[in-house]
Write a protein of this length. Structure first.
Lengths: 97, 97
């Protein structure tokens, strides 16, 4: 999973689906990243996970956070992990299911 | 469960992004296994790890520190050095669900 999309992981969490979709759009337009998951966490929280090269993920997450701040109830968290531990990978895969 | 070590570590966060950050920090900080990621509801996410008591202690401290600054952050961080055997099925159900 990590090898085909690039190693780094980018995450954006929003309150509501509309800012999440806006963030996903801005992220994929800003840099070469792949959307790997969209999670309904509960309580109205929605999380978008992207993967790609570290620089691309960095640019994408910044663009996505900027874009979704003004939409609806906006941003909760934007975070990047340059190289997630291999033990964390199944959690991300479960997140996909 | 004995194959992962006895002690149990738990981190609960508001939102998925701090939970993944905590999981990454925990697995990088010490020799622990991620056994479960639970969507509790209401936006709460729980990460369960197991390992030797010292490792779990170090991991939970590192995880709590790391996720405090991300998004809506930490709700609870807790360690049980030796869960009662009666509790094990609950953890197993949690892991399977």
């Amino acid at each position: 999973m990590s090898t085909e999309y690039g190693i780094a992981l980018g995450m954006i969490e929003t309150r509501g689906l509309v800012p999440a979709i806006e963030a996903a759009d801005a992220m994929t337009k800003a840099a070469e990243v792949r959307l790997v998951s969209r999670e309904f966490v509960g309580g109205g929280y929605v999380t978008i996970l992207v993967r790609g090269e570290t620089g691309a993920v960095n640019a994408a997450v910044r663009a996505g956070a900027d874009a979704c701040e003004r939409v609806g109830d906006g941003l909760v968290a934007a975070h990047i992990i340059a190289r997630p531990h291999k033990e964390v990978e199944p959690v991300l895969t479960n997140a996909k299911a």
